[in-house]
Design a protein around this ligand. Structure first.
Ligand code: ZN
Length: 414
């Protein structure tokens, strides 16, 4: 396709804006464009080089340019936009976009960055609750020290992600590094109007995150994800079960032992057990003797903790009252105190005490870090499609593109 432009603006000198009338020479450029009807279009653009007639202008001559193909661009704007859109909105990989639309990898990557800059807001959209979570970037790299013969950790890169915990607006940003300073850097970089609106921050049981929030978002309440508390209780219960099984038998549990019969029931929630299973659990452990009764006490501890967590509106269908929360907490604490000779339960009670404010905030608000988990799945999927990322900045860009895709399509209300 041979083209010339009739756009009058193409005659204007880019330096002074004077319209040129004469033609100095003719040149042919070959800008890439979108394909038409499935087949590639080869463009030959016959451009004119014109001298600038304004004597005060420094520019001696210039070639024609139009908005679709600015000077020195070998690709049309609409093709550039299509490339960026395919990666950022369409979730296509950079390599595949190049194959589908024509440009080389670096051109598609540049188009992706330009497109992302337009559609991903610099400042995250307003929200009242964010979630913080960490994902490992690639595998840790170990290096053998020849002299000492010891392996040392050379690279162990983590990305800390900040997500919208309640509004479904995806990932707001990511930082590298796991210490409190690195984590606090991101909220510190946001404008005051944005950070002042954050009321809750959902986190894992991670003291680093907690101290980062205290410095960067001192007015916000820390919320601990209940799922992690239950997970912790399950772990302590399993430790207790294993320790006491060894004490009883001097070996691991095996078929025929009472503890072997009920070990799976211990992991279940009280409300999910049939009356029959509940009887089996109690009877078998009672028959086992002292250690069995202690394991049963461990199970009861987990259930008392779950009673606290189940006071949320979502589970109880009524707004949780502070009195009910403290009563449930007291029952849990009293039970742990009665079994203070079991170190696993004492440790659990201590952890719950240390994180009590965050746990209570969870019960009152029902906010979880589930958004982080969901985003991590999307990020991992995106990384697999791309066969991993070499460049960390582009990984962060792609992660943000992937997790905000739905919100951008649906236009989540502010
Ligand atoms: Zn000029």
């Amino acid at each position: 396709m041979h083209l010339v432009t009739t756009d009058p603006a193409a005659r204007a000198c880019p330096a002074c804006g004077t319209f040129a009338t004469r033609v100095k020479e003719r040149i042919v450029t070959r800008p890439r464009d979108l394909s038409r009807g499935g087949s590639a279009v080869r463009i030959r653009w016959h451009k004119r080089r014109r001298p600038c007639r304004e004597t005060a202008c420094e520019r001696a001559s210039f070639t024609e340019q139009i908005a679709q193909t600015p000077a020195r661009m070998h690709i049309t704007e609409r093709l550039r936009t299509a490339c960026g859109q395919a990666v950022v909105d369409g979730g296509r990989t950079v390599v595949q976009t190049g194959r589908d639309l024509g440009p080389t990898w670096p051109v598609v990557m540049r188009a992706t960055r330009a497109f992302a800059k337009q559609v991903l807001p610099e400042t995250p959209p307003a929200t009242e609750a964010i979630g913080i979570d960490e994902t490992r970037r690639g595998r840790p790299v170990w290096k053998l020290d020849e002299d000492s013969g010891k392996w040392t950790l050379e690279a162990d890169a983590w990305h800390i992600g900040f997500v919208d915990a309640i509004g479904g607006q995806g990932l707001f940003g990511q930082v590298e590094g796991r210490n409190a300073t690195a984590v606090a850097a991101w909220p510190n970089a946001q404008p005051t109007w944005w950070s002042s609106r954050i009321r809750y921050v959902a986190i894992d049981l991670c003291a680093t995150f907690r101290s980062a929030i205290r410095t960067a978002l001192p007015h916000a309440t820390v919320v601990v994800d209940a799922f992690l508390i239950v997970q912790l209780a399950q772990r302590h219960l399993a430790d207790l079960r294993r320790r006491l099984t060894w004490k009883q038998h001097g070996r691991r549990a095996r078929k025929g032992d009472a503890i072997y019969t009920v070990r799976k029931l211990l992991r279940r929630n009280a409300e999910d057990l049939t009356p029959e299973q509940h009887r089996t659990l109690t009877n078998e452990l009672t028959v086992m003797g002292t250690y069995g009764k202690q394991i049963l006490a461990g199970w009861k501890t987990k259930e008392l903790l779950r009673d606290v967590l189940r006071l949320t509106y979502k589970h109880a269908h009524t707004a949780p009252a502070l009195s009910a929360i403290s009563a449930a907490r007291y029952r849990f604490q009293a039970h742990c105190a009665d079994h203070a000779f079991l170190p696993e339960l004492t440790t659990l009670a201590e952890t719950v005490d240390q994180w009590w404010d965050g746990i209570e905030a969870y019960v009152l608000t029902g906010i979880t870090n589930a958004a982080s988990e969901g985003n991590n799945r999307v990020i991992k999927l995106d990384a697999r499609n791309a066969f991993g990322f070499r460049n960390r900045a582009s990984q962060r860009l792609r992660s943000r593109s992937a997790t905000t895709r739905r919100a951008r399509r649906e236009g989540v209300p502010d």
